[in-house]
Design a protein around this ligand. Structure first.
Ligand SMILES: [Zn+2]
Length: 421
């Protein structure tokens, strides 16, 4: 399940504009872009390739000339709107003359071939079980409970899937690491560390003297309280940024698999709405909305991602993995009702979307969103728990939902790497 896009972006920009520093950042914890890091991408990409990725993947909702201008030989990207300074990216004159792309991760086609050691041998996979779970599940709004049934907690379920998946991937030769391996946050900060920042965010949104607390988890005015804002800065903004630091500085995998379960709006967490809808989709980074190209950090991170050419690898993995999970689960493709995504690839299940994790992890990232947790069927399967073999659950004989998820992902990876290495 994905965190909702927040509108606070513009208002935060407004706050930044009034501050003496010239950076226009998307959120209070964002890093100022270091544009010099893009120098190493000079002449690594042709004009046509750049245009293909820019228009077809990353800026599918249009680009203002105020931010990015593309010429025959160069692309110019706005660095500082006050100084009107621009970064100039020089294109390679041909594919053959393009300089090597600086990056740590390896695409499948450059991995050493190893017929004997298994299709995934030597492949470095980082597993990122979505959310935190445990004592934090209610705060994250990833918890509901229906009557006397056991609670449904996404952060616990994704960790269970990740642990089962790791065993199978290791048996196939992969070197597996965890971005999170327990139901505790990676970030050293806690909500109380963000109370002053939360007040500043609310002030920028025009909320003077915000209430400190809220009473009910489904109270719509909770978003204007210091507590809610400081909690979201903790479990979303700070936690995902800390996970990105771990991925980019320590783990340095060839691919990250972000593991989630989806949900439809369930309303009251203690009297949740169950639905008949159940579906599957996968996400890769892209589809930046025009407003998301305005903050300096997002524009920089978009460009860094485009130039790394992570898309060309992750879309191939995602397409094959999506079809494998669809085959195991029988789930239909999710169709977005809001125009914030762009369908990419060939499977019909994969969308480009600008999520923090898919943007900040500097390698291919495939983000799984199978199963609607509050569908009648998935709810029954979660209550059945994990088991070996098959059982009749909600009238259908099948494996546990966790094993089905794991087997789909494993099948997809094996098929992709076997065919490509
Ligand atoms: Zn999720």
């Amino acid at each position: 399940m994905i965190y909702r896009l927040r509108i606070s972006l513009f208002l935060f920009l407004f706050l930044c504009v009034s501050a003496p520093a010239a950076d226009h950042l998307s959120n209070p914890l964002a890093d100022s872009p270091n544009w010099k890091l893009l120098q190493k991408f000079q002449k690594t990409i042709t004009h046509d390739e750049f245009e293909r990725l820019l228009r077809g993947v990353y800026c599918t909702h249009g680009i203002s000339e105020d931010f990015i201008r593309v010429d025959e030989k160069v692309a110019c990207i706005l660095m500082d709107r006050d100084a009107q300074s621009w970064f100039t990216l020089r294109f390679a004159t041909s594919e053959a003359k393009a300089a090597a792309i600086p990056r740590w991760w390896r695409a499948a086609r450059v991995l050493p071939k190893s017929k004997k050691a298994g299709p995934l041998s030597g492949l470095k996979i980082a597993l990122d079980p979505g959310h935190i779970g445990g004592a934090w599940a209610k705060m994250e709004e990833r918890w509901f409970k229906s009557g006397d049934a056991a609670p449904v907690e996404e952060g616990e379920m994704t960790l269970f899937v990740a642990k089962m998946l790791a065993e199978k991937l290791r048996a196939l030769g992969a070197r597996v690491s965890f971005v999170r391996d327990k139901t505790e946050p990676i970030t050293p900060y806690r909500p109380n560390d963000f109370r002053e920042t939360a007040r500043a965010v609310l002030k920028a949104e025009g909320v003077e003297n915000p209430p400190e607390d809220f009473q009910r988890p489904d109270d719509p005015s909770r978003e204007q309280t210091v507590r809610w804002q400081s909690e979201i800065l903790f479990y979303r903004t700070s936690e995902i940024r800390e996970r990105a630091r771990r991925v980019n500085s320590n783990l340095r995998p060839d691919v990250v698999l972000c593991l989630h379960f989806n949900a439809e709006a369930w309303g009251d967490e203690r009297n949740p709405t169950l639905t008949d809808k159940n579906h599957l989709h996968l996400l890769v980074n892209g589809s930046y909305l025009p407003a998301e190209l305005e903050p300096d950090d997002l524009r920089f991170e978009m460009l860094r991602r485009l130039l790394s050419r992570a898309f060309d690898e992750e879309i191939k993995i995602a397409d094959v993995a999506a079809l494998a999970v669809a085959k195991k689960s029988g789930l239909p493709a999710y169709e977005y009702t809001k125009d914030i995504v762009t369908k990419v690839g060939t499977s019909g299940y994969v969308y480009a979307r600008n999520l923090a994790a898919t943007r900040l992890y500097q390698c291919p990232v495939v983000y799984f969103e199978p199963y609607v947790m509050n569908s009648v069927d998935v709810f029954a399967r979660v209550q059945a728990g994990d088991y070996e073999g098959t059982r009749i659950v909600n009238g259908i004989e099948r494996p546990s939902i966790y094993r089905e998820y794991v087997d789909g992902v494993v099948d997809g990876l094996v098929e992709y790497y076997r065919a490509t290495r």
